[in-house]
Design a protein around this ligand. Structure first.
Ligand code: NAD
Length: 369
């Protein structure tokens, strides 16, 4: 089969890690006989320099014509002027809106042999493996009015938190579908004690729950969840929540894994496993980290987050479960057997370059049964 992928590697370490992901797709082609066709587009600072905008209309249009988008990272000191009207991040925000990427999925997993790289105690981290689903295209970051003004010389600003029931239902369904395939427990986070949107969220989650009798739905206040993620993260399996809570809590969860370089993400425009809300728009896959200007161009970037994002793409956009598992097992085995890039190595340990880690993953994939 042939699969068409838009590749937007962006700035900083984005191109370095994306190159390794393409190399891994090459080994999947070799092993399973698929063909991957790449459509390269610019995004972020490189696009600002060349085109004057963070993403062009042509690049956006081209993304829509592919089956999936592989994204690197955007940003860097060169484009950091706070007074600039055009910012590299505009590129990813436009893509999210244009592709209607309403569900952002981030796994938080702790590899046994990396437990000591985490700031948390070993006993808290045993068996931690959960995913956070964050609503991505509505809520506080998009609601209107969103403005700032002066009243009698006093500065005032407002943001608006607004959800309609369809926006809540579709992302909560993604949560139930994922929970159905895992441990059948879904935590839905809100602040129903103080917020009207949260009360609607809880009501819709209850309604959707009746379609999934096999899944236990647990409501939890988002501030309590923030504590539990640090004190007892193993109680979670699948979490679903709105945009702002999800933004903060998924960054908190990323810390327990030890390194930004290990964590992938997917942003979906349809509910996997359900015929409802089926979208022909492609999903987007990206590592959770940014462009890491401090290590860019030095061969120090860990490519695992990008490669695991690519595995998510194979599973959710192309239905290639076996191929995705093949990549994930190769990485599991390599990490457990001591393969390390600098970010996950101890001070005295030898470490692999970005490219060497990519090569190791390739040979593991090709040599594993
Ligand atoms: P960052 O994720 O780029 O880096 C944070 C720290 O983690 C740095 O020390 C970096 O060296 C390290 N790190 C990140 N990825 C790594 C990897 N794969 N391997 C090894 N170490 C890794 O976050 P930041 O420093 O806050 O932001 C840098 C730039 O990236 C900024 O311009 C920011 O706006 C942008 N950014 C972009 C995205 C995106 O493209 N989606 C996300 C976050 C930040």
């Amino acid at each position: 089969m042939k699969y068409k992928i838009a590749v937007l590697s962006g700035d900083g370490i984005g191109p370095e890690v994306t190159k390794e992901s393409e190399k891994i797709l090459g080994s999947i082609s070799e092993k399973f006989g698929h063909q991957f066709e790449y459509d390269y587009q610019e995004v972020g600072g490189v696009s600002i320099d060349k085109n004057g905008v963070a993403i062009t209309e042509e690049a956006l249009g081209s993304c829509l014509e592919n089956q999936a988008v592989l994204f690197g990272s955007v940003g860097g000191p060169k484009w950091d002027d706070p007074n600039s009207e055009i910012r590299p991040e505009d590129g990813i925000l436009k893509l999210r809106k244009q592709l209607d990427l309403f569900a952002n999925i981030r796994p938080a997993k702790v590899y046994k042999s990396l437990i000591d790289s985490s700031p948390l105690k070993r006993e808290i981290l045993e068996d931690v493996d959960f995913i956070i689903i964050r609503e991505l295209t509505s809520g506080l970051y998009f609601g209107e009015p969103k403005k700032r003004w002066k009243d009698n010389g006093k500065r005032i600003a407002v943001d608006t938190l607004k959800y309609d029931e369809d926006e809540i239902r579709r992302v909560v369904k993604v949560g139930f579908e994922m929970a159905k395939k895992r441990k059948k427990v879904l935590h839905s986070l809100d602040k129903m004690n103080v917020m009207a949107t949260s009360r609607l969220w809880r009501e819709i989650a209850e309604e959707v729950s009746s379609e999934y009798p096999e899944v236990e739905l647990i409501h939890m206040l988002a501030d309590n969840a923030a504590m539990q993620i640090i004190t007892s993260p193993s109680i979670f399996d699948v979490i679903v929540t709105e945009n702002t809570f999800g933004d903060i809590l998924s960054d908190e969860a990323a810390v327990i894994g030890g390194s930004m370089g290990m964590l992938p993400s997917a942003s979906l425009s349809s509910i996997p496993g359900s015929n409802e809300n089926n979208s022909s728009k492609p999903a987007l896959y990206e590592p959770i980290h940014g462009s890491a200007p401090d290590i860019s161009g030095k061969g120090l970037a860990n490519p695992v987050a990008s490669v695991l994002s690519t595995a998510m793409m194979l599973r959710w956009s192309f239905g290639l479960d076996e191929e995705a598992s093949c990549i994930e097992s190769a990485i599991d085995e390599l990490i457990e057997s001591g393969a390390r890039t600098k970010d996950i190595s101890l001070a005295s340990e030898e470490f692999l370059s970005t490219q060497e880690m990519g090569d190791k993953i390739v040979s593991k994939i090709l040599n594993n049964e």
